[in-house]
Design a binder for this molecule. Structure first.
Ligand code: FES
Length: 110
């Protein structure tokens, strides 16, 4: 069973340039937004390894790379693909586009 939180506007669609991570806030949480192949993705904005800001990282294809120790995460799933031992995955958020706005919400497994 999953519990969802409310949709929140976190950015204008025009704010997110393809290939460049964009930092935003979801309540008090840092998130990072990215566009790849016309799809917008939203993930936790703090690397679980040593807390680097993912908005300072790099988009490579369908992955986002941490700026500090180069852990790579899949945009669609948040799964850590490579990186320092013990690096966990990034939480992902549901994304909805409404006109010129990007809305996201978290989905919490219960
Ligand atoms: S802080 Fe992200 S890989 Fe180390």
């Amino acid at each position: 069973m999953a519990e969802t939180e409310a949709w929140q506007r976190v950015a204008a669609l025009a704010d997110i340039a393809p290939g460049a991570p964009f930092g935003a806030q979801y309540g008090e949480r840092d998130v990072v937004l990215a566009v790849h192949d016309g799809q917008v993705y939203a993930l936790a904005g703090i690397c679980p390894h040593a807390y680097a800001l993912m908005c300072d990282g790099f988009i490579t294809g369908a992955e986002i790379e941490c700026p500090l120790h180069a852990a790579a995460f899949e945009l669609a799933t948040g799964k850590c693909l490579t990186g320092p031992a013990g690096t966990g995955d990034l939480a992902i958020y549901e994304v909805r586009i409404e006109g010129a706005d990007v809305l996201i919400r978290s989905c919490i497994a219960a």
